[in-house]
Write a protein that binds this ligand. Structure first.
Ligand SMILES: Nc1ncnc2c1ncn2[C@@H]1O[C@H](COP(=O)(O)OS(=O)(=O)O)[C@@H](OP(=O)(O)O)[C@H]1O
Length: 365
């Protein structure tokens, strides 16, 4: 038999002291409070699971995006603070990112880039971008969007949609080395943003041309030899300066177009050679140029003797150190030293003009 509790009895009796209308009002009042509370709880759950607005969370990356058709060509399988071939932040790196910066993800949006690595092809642009991506205040697109040179007709909204989401204060950037040599690009970049910061990685144009040719022949093994493409007339030593691997190295010519649109102070030049010898030193200057704290330092790098290039030390959350892929830092095709000498003579006045134009001597022989 259930025990009779005096309090239950009191409550029971108390209820019966009120008229039935008052009971109904109280019941209605309680129901109103209960339903308001459940609406608030439901809204909170809805917000926290990110269902309310696809722009709000990084999870929306899972849906197919126009970016999917792009290739990275980086040979760099991991993304840190930016997009990567398999989705943003695939690697838990321990560096602050949208995924683990509690609360901040709510304000992440896609913005047009504030900084661009515009060239040069084979200068070391991938290494620079991947190293910069270690910085928590940089959000970089992993692939090359080729917006200003190939996809300009798609418009700025398309371009913006390609960018990784960024928080307030983070710098969004991308690299497309072909921008440096496409004549329409400086004006187009300027009309997007006259304040954009531009970065060019330059490398000895002779080594750069051989690197370029090494890549071309790796994809099309039956193309003519470097020598036969580099010379209009081998006997007289007349150079074909319109052959793309040589034409790209006429830095002064391309730089002129950029300086017609942007002040020199808005363009930062990285030495491709120093990026290999002293990555932290070059990265320090780039971070200064971008107005960022020097967070990427020599602590992040080690020299991989087998590869012969600097690589990244084991990032937190990853099991191994990381080097760029096989197509970056590969052995070059061997070129007759006399041809190399002739090319050095050819580039000498062009290089001098470039040094004068930018006020920086890169010391190419
Ligand atoms: N850390 C590190 N690891 C590997 N490679 C490095 C690195 N730093 C600079 N480099 C040099 O980058 C050259 C490739 O340049 P890019 O990335 O600009 O090439 S591309 O335009 O994107 O195809 C690549 O050219 P090659 O040596 O001819 O392969 C490298 O010399």
């Amino acid at each position: 038999m259930a025990a009779f509790h005096p309090r239950h009895h009191k409550l029971f009796s108390h209820h019966h002291l009120h008229p039935p209308g008052a009971d109904l009002r109280r019941l209605f009042h309680r129901l109103t409070i209960a339903s308001s509370l459940s609406i608030i709880c439901f809204s909170l759950v809805y917000l926290l699971t990110g269902c309310c607005e696809s722009e709000l969370t990084e999870n929306s990356e899972a849906k197919a995006s126009p970016r999917d058709f792009l290739v990275t060509g980086s040979g760099w399988p991991y993304g840190r603070n930016g997009t990567d071939p398999v989705g943003e932040g695939a690697l838990g790196s321990g560096y602050p990112s949208l995924e683990n910066s509690s609360g901040k993800a709510w304000t992440a949006t896609r913005k047009l880039p504030q900084a661009l690595i515009i060239g040069v092809k084979k200068g070391g642009t991938r290494a620079l971008l991947e190293f910069l991506r270690l910085h928590p205040d940089i959000r970089a697109l992993g692939s090359e969007p080729h917006f200003f040179d190939r996809h300009y007709a798609r418009g700025l909204n398309w371009y913006r949609s390609m960018m990784p989401k960024a928080l307030e204060g983070q710098i969004v950037m991308e690299k497309t080395p072909r921008y440096f040599v496409t004549v329409d690009t400086p004006q187009r970049v300027h009309s997007m943003s006259p304040d954009v910061k531009l970065i060019v990685v330059v490398r000895d144009p002779v080594t750069r041309a051989i690197s370029d040719y090494t890549q071309i022949i790796s994809k099309a093994p039956n193309i003519p030899s470097f020598e036969s493409l580099a010379f209009k007339n081998h006997t007289t030593g007349l150079i074909d300066s319109l052959w793309s691997p040589l034409w790209i190295g006429l830095y002064a010519q391309h730089m002129e177009h950029w300086l017609a649109c942007f002040p020199r102070t808005q363009i930062h030049l990285v030495s491709g050679e120093r990026l290999i010898l002293d990555p932290a030193g070059e990265l320090g200057k780039v971070q200064d140029f971008l107005g960022l704290q020097r967070i990427v330092t020599d602590k992040h790098f080690y020299f991989n003797k087998t590869k012969g290039f600097p690589c990244l030390k084991k990032p937190e959350g990853s099991s191994k150190p990381h080097c760029l892929g096989k197509t970056k830092g590969r052995a070059h095709v061997s070129i007759n030293p006399k041809v190399v000498l002739r090319l050095r003579q050819f580039y000498k006045p062009h290089n001098q003009r470039f040094y004068q134009m930018v006020g920086q001597d890169f010391g190419w022989k």
